[in-house]
Design a protein around this ligand. Structure first.
Ligand SMILES: Cc1cc2nc3c(=O)[nH]c(=O)nc-3n(C[C@H](O)[C@H](O)[C@H](O)COP(=O)(O)O)c2cc1C
Length: 322
């Protein structure tokens, strides 16, 4: 693969990144995506407050195994000293390959307090958070994932990028929508190109990659070092290997119904290992709703899974499909 680069001391040989997604990129999903060719993966965003309180559910979100490396733990918070302390705990107890700071979450409950995309409104807070995280992360590279700005009147990605680089951030992922846009409109890839042209650290382009052609276009139009995909992976982790193949001039195989059934089986058994009964049922339904699409009988099958009340029922239903 010709697209290799370094994030701090971390060597990246595969520039196809799985985006952090709350409620999705847990251990089972990451293991599936790793097999399908994710070059770098992240935890869901994790609350700095929850981490320093050592809330067990929060700490469980950070657990990962060595097969998942290179892995980034993504944190969010609105107080520099707390997010700094959380970085210390993460680096000492979990030793991930990257600690990533979330400056992108648009959810009002989070952003209105100054965390996530809220920090885009307050460069001093952004600066303080980054300084504290870097100070407390030992030699683990610290990266940032951000949106373009708070709203269309305050696009700050390029200017903030320079500031972040100056503070010692080792890579920036840009999802070039504003907080006000949430997921509406289009991601403005021109801002990714501008950021890449301005900073000397790696830039990871994110937003609106729906298929391998989009991924190639993103590389060409923005000159980014890596691309990151979120929504298009839901129900379709095969997109990761399809992009890899496309980048390397290899042929892609169509995804068959059997592939879809087999991934349901694999994902369910990973969820069984990882979650309690009710959470396992909920997550199975969520992912099966995404996987079981695009073939004759898919909706009928989906409906059957949506009605299940126990993991035993899910197992029996899966055994009955052949
Ligand atoms: C269900 C879901 C959960 C998300 N959770 C996070 C998160 O925890 N941290 C984060 O930085 N971005 C999160 N995002 C944003 C994505 O990482 C990504 O920036 C955005 O979806 C744009 O990429 P896409 O067009 O490939 O979907 C989430 C997106 C979705 C759809």
């Amino acid at each position: 693969m010709k697209y290799s680069f370094k994030i701090g001391s971390l060597q990246i040989n595969n520039p196809i990144f799985l985006a952090p997604m709350a409620g999705v990129t847990d251990r089972p999903f990451r293991l599936i995506c790793k097999k399908k060719g994710a070059g770098m993966m992240y935890t869901e965003f994790v609350s700095a407050n929850g981490i320093i309180r050592e809330n067990q559910k929060t700490l469980d979100m950070i657990k990962f195994s060595d097969i998942e490396r290179p892995l980034g733990v993504q944190i969010f918070g609105d107080e520099a000293d707390i997010i700094g302390k959380s970085a210390k705990l993460i680096s000492e107890r979990f030793n991930p390959d990257i600690i990533d700071i979330n400056f992108g979450c648009p959810v009002p409950k989070i952003a209105n307090k100054g965390a996530g995309s809220g920090a885009l409104k307050d460069k001093n807070l952004m600066k303080d958070i980054v300084k504290e995280v870097i100070k407390n992360s030992s030699d683990i590279p610290v990266t940032v994932k951000m949106r373009a700005g708070w709203d269309s009147n305050s696009i700050i990605s390029t200017e903030a990028g320079l500031m972040l680089e100056g503070l010692g951030v080792q890579a920036i992922t840009l999802h070039p929508r504003t907080r006000s846009q949430s997921f509406k409109g289009c991601a403005d890839w021109e801002l990714i190109r501008e950021l890449k042209e301005t900073v000397n650290i790696p830039v990871i382009g994110n937003g609106d990659i729906k298929d391998p052609d989009d991924a190639i276009k993103m590389f060409h139009k923005t000159n980014c070092d890596a691309i990151m995909i979120a929504r298009a992976v839901l129900g379709n982790p095969w997109i990761l290997e399809s992009i890899f193949n496309k980048l390397n001039g290899l042929k892609n195989k169509p995804v068959t119904i059997l592939d879809r059934i087999n991934i349901c089986k694999e994902h369910f058994s990973l969820l069984l290992e990882d979650k309690n009964e009710q959470v396992c049922i909920n997550y199975t339904k969520k992912h099966f709703n995404w996987y079981l699409k695009g073939f004759d009988g898919a909706s009928k099958l989906r409906r059957k899974f949506m009605k299940v009340k126990s993991t035993k029922e899910i197992g029996n239903l899966l055994d009955s499909i052949n």
